[in-house]
Design a protein around this ligand. Structure first.
Ligand SMILES: [Zn+2]
Ligand SMILES: [Zn+2]
Ligand SMILES: [Zn+2]
Length: 145
């Protein structure tokens, strides 16, 4: 986890930005809640516990910045609210999948890629180099079904 912070710090530096205490606090919240897919408002609420002086606008700007340096992934659901998760080292260009319960809204992570065969076929057929994909499965979680 400390390594992720170091990598993001380096990436920010390379883009000409410093890691301020507020940015660090936001990244820490993202790391601590790695499987939670938080919205900007939820991140703001959690960061405020340690950083009461932080403003929502700062959180918005920091999320934009982290997106630009590929430090986070965005997850857009049907509720129109963008959720974020931290990219851990090595995963920045290749994503996992999400299972979304239509009843309770729970988001479950599928950690494996599982698409190697499909990706190979697409790459060969369309002469297309796949960098990432965004796959959501909608259904009912084990509690709701
Ligand atoms: Zn459910
Ligand atoms: Zn996720
Ligand atoms: Zn893949």
């Amino acid at each position: 986890m400390e390594k992720t912070m170091e990598i993001l710090k380096e990436k920010l530096k390379a883009t000409g930005f410093k890691i301020t205490p507020q940015r660090r606090a936001i990244i820490e919240v993202l790391i601590e809640n790695e499987n939670s897919h938080l919205s900007t408002e939820e991140i703001y609420d959690k960061v405020r516990v340690d950083c009461p002086e932080i403003g929502l606008a700062t959180v918005y700007r920091t999320m934009q910045l982290l997106d630009e340096i590929n430090g986070i992934s965005k997850l857009n659901l049907d509720d129109g609210c963008t959720r974020y998760e931290i990219n851990f080292e090595g995963e920045e260009n290749h994503h996992h999948h999400h299972l979304i319960c239509k009843n309770c809204g729970t988001i479950i992570e599928v950690k494996e890629d599982l698409l190697d065969a499909i990706e190979e076929k697409v790459e060969n057929t369309y002469k297309f180099e796949i960098k990432d994909h965004d796959l959501k499965f909608y259904g009912l979680c084990s509690k709701c079904k």
